[in-house]
Write a protein that binds this ligand. Structure first.
Ligand SMILES: [Zn+2]
Ligand SMILES: [Zn+2]
Length: 333
């Protein structure tokens, strides 16, 4: 089968590999669609902004069909359409048993440390799959995984009706935050995004305003004189700007993944404003909610899909993401 394989040191190659076989507790899935994530781009960057274990088939935001199951698997019928939690939690470690599976210490992430879904077939632990309605368009179903991660972040932000929001970065994650906050009754939502293409999508999914960083700096005093109640860093390197944007008692969700970011932080502002800083990046019992949101059509996510392309064009898709001129690029293997 064709697969997008990360071979180390910035090298991503689309080539033929052997079809995988499911282990006793695993299912074999035929991939229908798989999104390219910002963390995939970080894996390929030199130096990498996200760890991985090459050689590995990347891709973790996907929907597929169960084609075979291991000997020990029960309750997952062949032919079921599923989305997958690519960060399978063990259920046995201290964080899992304390109700914080996002902090599981035994996660072996699909598409990062074991083979993922930028390929025709992928195997996954049977207890990491979730049924999804066959009527949901494939590219929407592929958004369930990042949405489940974002719902964990919005749950942690615990937004109340009418609260103001600033979201830095209007890629996939930023746009999903905007859509969920809008559906949750937020007041004014401002996106800060240098790309005019992404800014347009941010407005389409629910932002009242989408401004360049320069325009935000010039206008923020007039737009949100008290500062924002909730701020999201969906870039992964703008915590100082997020602290500056937050009002008294504000909550900041730091979400973006960039292992190279070490910005200087003016920490007395955290003290004086009484800020709460919430780190978040994967799902936490949030797949069922994300599936319901997508199946029910509760969010306007269609504007986020920039392109649906075949697997042999994966490298071109990654270039589009790097350029900032794309939000979500989806691959059909
Ligand atoms: Zn991702
Ligand atoms: Zn665990």
């Amino acid at each position: 089968m064709r697969a997008a394989v990360f071979e180390g040191e910035g090298r991503l190659v689309v080539r033929d590999v052997d079809d995988p076989l499911p282990g006793p507790d695993e299912v074999l899935l035929e991939v229908e669609a798989c999104g390219i994530c910002g963390s995939d781009v970080q894996i390929i960057n030199v130096p990498p902004g996200h760890p991985s274990t090459p050689p590995v088939v990347i891709g973790h935001e996907f929907v597929g069909w169960v084609r075979a199951v291991g000997d020990a698997v029960q309750g997952v019928p062949i032919g079921t359409r599923v989305v997958v939690d690519p960060d399978p939690k063990c259920g046995a470690c201290e964080p899992c048993r304390s109700g914080r599976p996002a902090n599981c210490v035994n996660i072996v992430a699909l598409g990062v440390h074991r083979d993922g879904a930028l390929a025709r077939f992928v195997t996954a632990p049977a207890d990491s799959v979730y049924r999804i309605d066959p009527g949901v368009p494939a590219e929407m179903a592929a958004l369930v995984e990042p949405l489940a991660c974002v719902v964990n972040g919005t749950n942690r932000a615990a937004i109340r009706p009418g609260e103001s929001v600033v979201v830095f970065g209007a890629g996939t994650i930023g746009c999903l935050f905007i859509a969920v906050f809008r559906a949750s009754g937020a007041g004014r939502i401002v996106a800060v995004e240098p790309s005019s293409v992404r800014a347009e999508v941010a407005r389409a999914v629910g932002a009242d305003l989408a401004l360049s960083p320069e325009d935000w700096a010039a206008r923020r005093g007039g737009l949100l004189p008290q500062g924002a109640d909730v701020v999201v860093d969906a870039v992964g390197s703008v915590l100082p700007q997020a602290i500056e944007a937050a009002g008294m008692g504000g909550r900041i969700v730091v979400f973006g993944m960039n292992g190279n970011a070490r910005p200087p932080v003016h920490q007395i502002e955290i003290v004086e404003k009484g800020l709460t800083i919430l780190g978040s990046y994967i799902s936490n019992f949030t797949f069922p909610a994300a599936i319901r949101l997508v199946e029910g059509g509760r969010l306007n996510l269609a504007p986020m899909i920039t392109a649906v392309i075949p697997i042999d064009e994966t490298l071109a898709g990654i270039d589009r993401l790097r350029s900032g001129e794309a939000v979500k690029v989806v691959i059909t293997p």
